[in-house]
Design a protein around this ligand. Structure first.
Ligand SMILES: [Mn+2]
Length: 304
């Protein structure tokens, strides 16, 4: 951990939402990660840990055109934006547990806004998917496919508007790692926006260590720090079966460990989401346990 975060307390914020995804059950993700022993493990690392509990979405609300359950997703993200902002203003480290990935719209918006006067933040987004659709390019209308585009200012703008005048994250500092299931229009948008994308092919060719060195440089150099948004569907389903949109032949658990250990060693991590753990689809909480381990390693757990 950085000097900045070495002394920081960690606030756990769960978000029980699955309205951003087609496959239900991911709302129970925060509990499955907690059951894997997250809090005592983080305490063992020397952190003071405060669990702020879970944000519960409203049980009703409207959809907009090509944005399914928009109202519920937006109301939930508004609450998350406020919770993360409060945590940051108290000097604590926000650790956000999903829930589907739509929640990154709330968490990243809060982090970018908090550091607005100090400088830009960088983002490392580890995911099988781009999450770079807007309400025009989307094929499914599911909002968990849109947050990365939204926080970069490429829309949907309504997804990150909580009345705060959003501070968008420049794509010059935004990295996608582990992508291998992009929609065609989505990929075009990412290219146009100048996103830095390290696909599975690139990881195969160069190795995770090389890829992460560059990713950390892009997100970490000239920024106030790095937000890590980790979607467990980046990890191949043999290791992470408990997720709603699994994609075969993703990164291994070892590669994921290496990636988050390198982020920890960079000393640049300022906030983190861990999303898309779906206990209904899991095998004996395997994915929840893996998620807990990834968080510990990202926060500085060492084997030796
Ligand atoms: Mn995702």
């Amino acid at each position: 951990m950085s000097e900045l975060n070495k002394t920081a307390d960690i606030d756990i914020i769960g978000v029980q939402i699955d309205f951003g995804a087609a496959q239900k059950g991911v709302a129970m993700g925060p509990l499955s990660i907690r059951y894997a022993g997250l809090r005592p493990s983080l305490k063992q690392l020397g952190y003071a840990v405060r669990d702020k509990g879970d944000i519960i979405p409203p049980d009703d609300g409207m959809s907009l055109r090509n944005m399914i359950r928009f109202e519920q997703v937006n109301a939930t993200n508004r609450q998350l934006y406020e919770a993360v902002s409060e945590t940051l203003s108290e000097g604590h480290f926000p650790l956000v547990l999903g829930g589907d990935h739509s929640i990154a719209a709330g968490s990243v918006s809060a982090v970018a806004k908090h550091y607005e006067k100090q400088g830009e933040i960088g983002i490392i987004w580890i995911d099988a998917h781009g999450d770079w659709n807007d309400d025009k390019s989307t094929v499914s209308g599911n909002m968990h496919g849109m947050p990365y585009s939204a926080v970069c200012g490429w829309g949907p703008s309504s997804m990150v508007d909580f009345g705060q005048e959003p501070h968008y994250v420049p794509t010059a500092h935004c990295v996608q790692v582990g992508g291998h299931d992009f929609d065609r229009a989505e990929a075009e948008r990412m290219k146009k926006a100048g996103m830095h994308v390290f696909t599975m092919n690139e990881i195969d060719t160069r190795g995770m260590h090389d890829v992460m060195e560059e990713a950390i440089r892009i997100a970490g150099e000239g920024t106030v720090g790095i937000h890590l948004s980790f979607d467990v569907d980046a990890i191949t389903p043999e290791y992470a079966p408990g997720t709603g949109t699994p994609v075969p032949n993703g990164i291994t658990a070892r590669e994921a460990f290496l990636a988050v250990e390198m982020i920890a060693d960079s000393g640049k991590l300022i906030s983190m989401d861990l999303v898309e753990v779906n206990p209904i689809l899991d095998e004996r909480n395997k994915t929840g346990i893996l998620a807990s381990e990834l968080i510990q390693l990202a926060l500085g757990k060492k084997v030796y």
